[in-house]
Design a binder for this molecule. Structure first.
Ligand code: SF4
Ligand code: SF4
Ligand code: SF4
Length: 433
């Protein structure tokens, strides 16, 4: 069982105590090195130690710990998939949450610049972006030689990084009317709240629209709710109090629905991970947060549970082309198996290639001018594999990962044209919806 994050304890932000813990954990990692190829954090750490005068941690200055920490995207993979020393092992290692603690200390010390903090306010960006969508999309478009250098200078967003586009009509606005339900479907009578997520609400409502259609076709009633962002970008910056505030607000607003028998599904795996895991670890005694954590499923996880439980409505048509699906780190970190692939395999005769490796994007982290090239480097094996597959359709449950893979593929072969989509959109298409 993962330990809760003791962020309100006075020792949590104590520089000496944190340094002691960093040295303890880094020394174990130095002797282990299993995670050498997961991301850029571990190579930076091991290079640092190997280049030290003694070749050991004792001759590494604490000030030099910053670069490995900065490379961590909090993807959780080292904890979930590699580390044999997580609790209850006596070594008691939770590497991602140690990186988070370091960042929390930096945040508390005022070291996160205002321009970086603005990037984490997805609701502000979404509210402004939707009202001036054509202008915002023109200004942020890849290749805009006038505005992108300006954005790089002011907000630190790399001029080549693909940034999410805005929609004038949010998902919530497009889903006020109920859809008619298929009363003959085996799952008829079930009801879910779709937590729109900031990305699903402001940037890509199509994921939620496809989800709603597929669920209505299968007799499931849906309500689309968006009380606010899950605050994953704040977590990346070490603003744990900000995350706690968002968790309380969202969990409080979703509670009445859960009490009425609704399950909750999140449209993006990072958001599902926040609701299921990070929030209960940050607020372990909050009843609403814990209830929400237990009531939440990723959209692909929910669909597979329908298929395995009451069953899905028949009539899924084969696809005429091959599909590559990427299993996102935050989907893997939910320990639920390859649900996106399981869902797509319900499409008859599908020619499916699965890639389960980090795409490298790392959320807002990968957009930043100092990280974009590292993000492409980390994601290069995925881009290479996707190119080798030669499928036009490159899917991921994580939309930012999908875009990042497309950019990586374009860097390797500018002539290859790929298209990104969420697995549920392809599933809706296979249903003819
Ligand atoms: S959480 Fe992810 S990015 Fe951070 S150290 Fe672990 S594997 Fe690397
Ligand atoms: S996080 Fe665990 S598995 Fe990874 S290098 Fe450190 S000790 Fe080894
Ligand atoms: S994890 Fe989800 S809700 Fe949170 S910022 Fe990302 S898309 Fe938005």
């Amino acid at each position: 069982m993962r330990h809760t994050i003791d962020w309100t304890h006075p020792d949590y932000l104590d520089a000496d105590k944190l340094d002691e813990e960093m040295r303890r954990v880094f020394d174990i990692c130095h002797g282990c090195r299993r995670c050498f190829n997961l991301c850029d954090t571990f190579p930076r750490l091991f290079d640092l130690i190997d280049a030290a005068p003694t070749g050991e941690l004792d001759s590494v200055a604490s000030a030099d710990f910053a670069p490995p920490v900065e490379a961590c995207t909090l993807c959780d993979l080292c904890y979930m998939s590699k580390c044999p020393y997580t609790p209850p092992h006596e070594f008691n290692i939770d590497f991602p949450h140690l990186m988070l603690r370091y960042r929390a200390m930096e945040f508390a010390a005022g070291k996160v610049p205002f321009s970086t903090q603005i990037l984490a306010n997805t609701d502000l960006a979404g509210t402004v972006g939707k009202t001036v969508a054509p202008l915002a999309n023109w200004a942020t478009k890849e290749g805009n030689k006038i505005t992108r250098p300006l954005l790089e200078k002011t907000l630190g967003i790399h001029r080549e990084a693909a940034v999410p586009q805005f929609h004038a009509k949010t998902l919530v606005r497009q889903t006020r009317e109920p859809l008619s339900l298929n009363k003959a479907a085996p799952a008829y009578g079930r009801k879910v709240v779709i937590y729109a997520t900031c990305y699903g609400n402001y940037n890509n409502p199509n994921i939620g629209l496809a989800t709603r259609k597929v669920l209505a076709h299968n007799g499931v009633e849906t309500q689309v709710i968006y009380p606010g962002c899950c605050a994953m970008p704040l977590l990346e910056q070490g603003n744990i109090a900000g995350v706690a505030e968002a968790a309380k607000r969202v969990a409080g607003e979703l509670r009445p629905w859960i009490d009425q028998g609704y399950e909750v599904i999140a449209l993006v795996p990072s958001c599902a991970l926040m609701l299921k895991s990070e929030w209960p670890l940050i607020l372990p005694n909050d009843e609403n947060v814990n209830l929400l954590g237990h009531s939440t499923k990723d959209i692909t996880e929910y669909m597979v549970s329908l298929a395995k439980g009451p069953g899905l409505v028949e009539g899924i048509k084969p696809l005429t082309e091959g599909v590559t699906v990427h299993i996102a780190c935050h989907a893997r970190a939910q320990n639920m198996g390859q649900k996106a692939a399981e869902l797509l395999r319900l499409i008859p005769d599908i020619d499916l290639q699965v890639i389960e490796r980090c795409s490298g994007h790392g959320g807002a982290w990968g957009l930043k001018v100092e990280n974009f090239d590292i993000a492409l480097k980390v994601g290069k094996p995925v881009a290479q594999q996707a190119l080798k597959n030669q499928n036009r359709l490159v899917l991921s449950e994580c939309p930012l990962a999908a875009t990042h893979i497309r950019q990586g593929m374009e860097k390797l072969d500018s002539n290859f044209v790929s298209e990104n989509a969420h697995p549920i959109e392809i599933f809706a298409h296979a249903y003819g919806l």
